[in-house]
Design a protein around this ligand. Sequence first.
Ligand code: HEC
Ligand code: HEC
Length: 331
Amino acid sequence: MKYNFIIILISLLPSLVYANSNRLTTEPIKVIEPAENVNTSMVELGKKLWFEPRLSRSNIISCNSCHNLAKGGVDNLPSSIGHEWTIGPINSPTVLNAELNIAQFWNGRAHDLQAQASGPIDNPKEMAFTHTLAVETLNSIPEYKSEFKKVFNSNKISIDNVATAIAEFEKTLRTPNSAFDLWLKGDDNALTQTEKDGYELFKTKGCIACHSGALVGGSTYQKMGLIKPYYTKNSDVGRSAVTGKESDKFVFKVPTLRNISLTYPYFHDGAVWSLKEAVMIMADLQTGQTLSDDEANKITAFLTSLTGEHPQVILPQLPPSTDKTPKPIMH
Ligand code: HEC
Ligand code: HEC
C-alpha cells in the first residue's frame, strides 16, 4: 500500500513539475527579466544625469522629481508639477520597466527611451531649460567632460549623448521576482488563493485582452471608454494627436500594471486614487461588466502581486559646478 502510494507519487511528479514550469509558456503574462547587456560605464553616467537638477532652469528639477525611484518611478500626483509650480497636462507614468513599452508616452509619440529622454529638459512645463544651456552646463564641469569622453569617445558633449546615457540607465530599471513571476516560474506557494482567484477573474473578465505580456500592458493602443464613455476634465485627446485620426481620439497606450499598487493615482488624468475603484471602472467601461465587491477585491489582490523587486540604485555623487556653470534661473 505504502509502496503503491510512493509509485503513484513518483509517476505524478514529472507532470506536476511540467504543469508548473509550463506556466511560463502557456500563461498570457510573461516574466520580467533583469536587464541584460547594458554598457555599465554609460549606465553610471546616465544615472548621474537622471539625478542632475542642473539640467533644469531652476536647478531643482531632475528626472527623479517626477519619476521618483523611491516611489515606484512616479510622483503620486494627479499631474506632475514642473518649473515654477506649473501643473502639467497629464499623469506621470512609471519609468520602471518602461523600456519594454511599445513606445513612450501615453500617446506613444516617442518611439523609444532615447527618443524620449531629451524632451523633458526643454519642455517649458517640466524642466524649462534649453538643450544648448544643458550642454553648456555639462561642458562647464570638468568631471562631466572627461566622463562623456570616456563613455562616448568624443570631445564634444551633445544632447543626443545625454539622452543615450539616460536611456541606458533607464534600461536597468527592471523589477523582477514579483510574487506573480515566482508563481509563473513554478512556485505554487508564491501566490495566495485570493491572488490566484483574482488572476483567473482577470482572464475570464477579459482584462487580459489589453493587459498581457511582460508588462501586463504596454503593447497596444486602446480606447479609454471602449464600451461606455469616460468622463474627464482632462483635455488630452490621446493618440489622435500623433496620428491625426479622429478614430484615435481617447486612444491611449495601455499602461503597464507592473507595480500598479505603487503608482496611484490612476488613469491618464490621475483622477482615481484607489486601485479597487480603478479595477471596477475598467470592468464597467472597457468590458461592460459590473464586478461584485468580492471579485473586485480578488482582482485587486492579484494586481498587488505584480509588485517586483526594485532596482537598488546607489545615489551618485554629482560633481560641483564651476565659475563657468550657468546659474539657476528661478523664473
Ligand atoms: C515635471 C515632471 C517631469 C519631469 C521633470 C520628467 N518627466 Fe518624464 N514624464 C512626465 C509626464 C507627465 C509624462 C507623461 C507625458 C505624456 O505621456 O504625454 C512623462 C513620461 C515619461 C516617460 C514615458 C513613460 C511611458 O510609459 O510612456 C519616460 C520614459 C520619462 N518620462 C522619462 C523622463 C526622463 C528621462 C526625464 C529627465 C530627463 C523626465 N522624464 C523628466 C513628467 C516628468
Ligand atoms: C480594451 C482594452 C482594455 C481592457 C479590456 C481593460 N483595460 Fe485597463 N486600461 C486600458 C487603457 C487604455 C488604460 C488607460 C486609460 C486611461 O488612463 O485613460 C487602462 C488603465 C488601467 C488601469 C490604470 C493604470 C494606470 O497606471 O493608471 C488599471 C488598474 C487597469 N486598466 C486594470 C484593468 C482591469 C482590472 C481590467 C479588467 C476588468 C482592464 N483594465 C481591462 C485598456 C483596457
